[in-house]
Design a protein around this ligand. Structure first.
Ligand code: ZN
Ligand code: MN
Length: 461
C-alpha cells in the first residue's frame, strides 16, 4: 500500500503597523488603548460614512510583493466580502477578490523557492471577548486595521516545512519594517488548508484549520490533521470539507462549520473606493532579504548557525559595519574575517558587546582567546567597561585579581577529585566526562564545553 501524501496550503494574515487604519483616520493601536477609543463612523459602519484608502498600507503591501518578486496588478480594486458577525459592524469586509494587489510571488528559503499565489489587502475585524456570565463584549479598536493576506500555493508536504515558511515570512515582514508580526499578539495569524491523498491520486477534500496562534501550533495542528484524515481514510470514511479550529488546550482540531464557498460571500466591487494605483521606485538598497543576508554572511566565512541567528536578531547591519571597521583598521581581510566570526559568536551570548567600539572589541576578543574566559567573567568585564568608562585593558588589569578564570576552576576540580583523576589516567572515559561535568557545574554551565574538554586534557597532562 502506498503512503499517504500530505498537502498543505497556507493563508496568513498580517496586521500592518501603519499610523492610522485602512479606511479612516483613526489610530491603528489595537493593543494599548481602552476598548472603543479609536473608532469613528467608518469603523462602526454607520450609514453614509465613506472610506478613504490608506496610501501607506498599499505601498507596504506592494513593497512585500516587490521584495518577493511578485507581479503587481495593473488595476487592482476593492471588493465587498459579505458576511454577518458581531465584530464586523458593516456586515461586509472590504477586501480584494479577483484583482489582488500581488500575484505569483516567491519566497526563497535555503535556496528553495516557495510559491505564493497572491497577496491582497483588506481590513481587520473587531475583537470579541466573552466573559464567564455568558456575556460578550466587542472592541472595535481593531476594526479597520490594515490586514495583508498572503495565500501560498498548496506546495507543502510536511508540517515542518509549513512552519519554517511562516517563520521566514515573519522575518521578511519584520525586516521590511511592515509589522512585528508577532503570533502571540495576533499580529500574524495562520490558517492551514490540509488534505491527504495517495500518490498519483487527485487531492483529497481540504480541511481548513483556523486559530493557530504560534509557530509550534502550525506544526502540531497540521500533524494532528494528517493523522485524523489518515485514520478516516483507512477506515474508508470520507474526509468532510469543513472549517476546524485548533484547540491548543486539547491538542486537537474541532469542527467549526461546513466550509463556505466563495459564492457564499457574494463578492462585488466596492462602489465607495476607486481603483488602486501603485507606483514604486526601484528596489531599495537596504532591502536585502533574510535569505540574502544569510548568504552574504556565509560568503564572508560566517558559520551557518551563527549567520542564521544574527539575521533572526536583525543584527546584520551592525555586524557588517563592525566587519568593515575591522577591515579598515587592519587592512587585512583575514583578521577582519576572524574578527567578524568571533564577534558574531560573541554577540549571541553578549548583546551589550555591540556597545563597545570595534577596537575595544578586538582587544577584548584577543584577551578572551588568551585566557579562555568563561561567560560570567566576560559578562563582568563588559559590564565593568560600559559602567566605568575605562578601556578594556584597564578594566582587565583591575579585575584580573578577583575574576575567576577557567584555569583556576580546572585546578580546583583536579585537586578536589583525586579518585576521578586517577581513573582517568587508567583510561576510564567516564571519569573524564565526570570531571568535565564538575567544571561545567562550577561555571554554572556557562563555559564553552569544547574549550573545557581541551583545557582539562592539558591540565590532566
Ligand atoms: Zn475610524
Ligand atoms: Mn482574509
Amino acid at each position: 500500500m502506498s503512503e499517504w501524501v500530505l498537502t498543505v496550503g497556507l493563508e496568513i494574515h498580517v496586521e500592518l503597523e501603519t499610523k492610522t487604519k485602512m479606511f479612516c483616520g483613526c489610530l491603528n493601536d489595537p493593543f494599548n488603548s481602552k476598548p472603543n477609543t479609536h473608532v469613528c463612523t467608518v469603523c462602526y459602519g454607520l450609514p453614509g460614512a465613506l472610506p478613504v484608502m490608506n496610501r501607506k498600507a498599499v505601498e507596504m503591501t506592494a513593497r512585500l510583493g516587490q521584495a518577493l518578486n511578485g507581479k503587481i496588478a495593473s488595476r487592482p480594486f476593492w471588493a465587498r466580502k459579505n458576511y454577518f458577525y458581531p465584530d464586523l459592524p458593516k456586515g461586509y469586509q472590504i477586501s480584494q477578490s479577483t484583482e489582488p494587489l500581488i500575484r505569483d510571488a516567491v519566497l526563497v528559503i535555503d535556496g528553495q523557492p516557495h510559491r505564493i499565489h497572491r497577496i491582497h489587502l483588506e481590513e481587520d475585524a473587531g475583537k470579541l471577548m466573552h466573559d464567564n456570565n455568558g456575556k460578550s463584549l466587542v472592541d472595535y479598536n481593531r476594526a479597520g486595521v490594515p490586514l495583508m493576506e498572503i495565500v501560498t500555493e498548496p506546495d507543502f508536504h510536511s508540517a515542518a516545512s509549513a512552519k519554517h515558511f511562516c517563520q521566514e515570512l515573519q522575518q521578511v515582514i519584520r525586516h521590511l519594517g511592515l509589522s512585528q508580526a508577532d503570533m502571540e499578539k495576533g499580529r500574524m495569524r495562520c490558517e492551514a488548508n490540509v488534505s491527504i491523498s495517495k500518490e498519483g491520486e487527485e487531492l483529497g477534500d481540504k480541511v481548513e484549520v483556523k486559530n493557530i496562534n504560534s509557530f509550534r501550533a502550525v506544526e502540531k495542528a497540521i500533524e494532528y490533521e494528517y493523522s485524523r484524515q489518515k485514520s478516516l481514510r483507512e477506515k474508508n470514511e470520507r474526509v468532510a470539507q469543513e472549517t476546524r479550529t485548533w484547540s491548543e488546550k486539547e491538542g486537537k482540531t474541532i469542527v467549526m462549520r461546513r466550509k463556505e464557498t466563495s459564492a457564499d460571500y457574494r463578492y462585488f466591487p466596492e462602489p465607495d473606493l476607486p481603483f488602486v494605483a501603485v507606483k514604486l521606485s526601484g528596489k531599495e538598497q537596504s532591502a536585502l532579504l533574510p535569505e540574502e543576508q544569510r548568504s552574504k554572511l556565509r560568503q564572508l566565512g560566517m558559520p551557518e548557525a551563527i549567520a542564521k541567528s544574527i539575521v533572526e536578531r536583525q543584527e546584520f547591519e551592525s555586524i557588517i559595519s563592525t566587519y568593515q571597521a575591522a577591515s579598515n583598521r587592519f587592512k587585512k581581510d583575514e583578521v577582519a574575517r576572524k574578527m567578524m566570526i568571533e564577534d558574531g559568536k560573541m554577540r549571541l551570548g553578549f548583546p551589550r558587546l555591540s556597545e563597545l567600539s570595534a577596537s575595544e572589541r578586538v582587544t577584548l576578543l584577543d584577551e578572551k582567546d588568551k585566557r579562555g574566559w568563561t561567560k560570567p567573567t566576560m559578562e563582568k568585564i563588559i559590564e565593568a567597561v560600559l559602567g566605568g568608562g575605562k578601556s578594556v585593558s584597564e578594566t582587565v588589569a583591575e579585575l584580573s585579581s578577583e575574576s575567576v578564570d577557567l584555569s583556576d576552576i580546572l585546578k580546583e576540580v583536579v585537586s578536589q577529585q583525586p579518585k576521578a583523576v586517577e581513573d582517568y589516567h587508567q583510561g576510564k572515559e567516564a571519569a573524564f566526562n565526570f570531571l568535565v561535568g564538575q567544571v561545567m557545574a562550577k561555571t554554572k554551565g556557562q563555559a564553552n564545553i569544547g574549550l573545557v574538554r581541551e583545557e582539562l586534557k592539558k591540565t590532566l597532562g
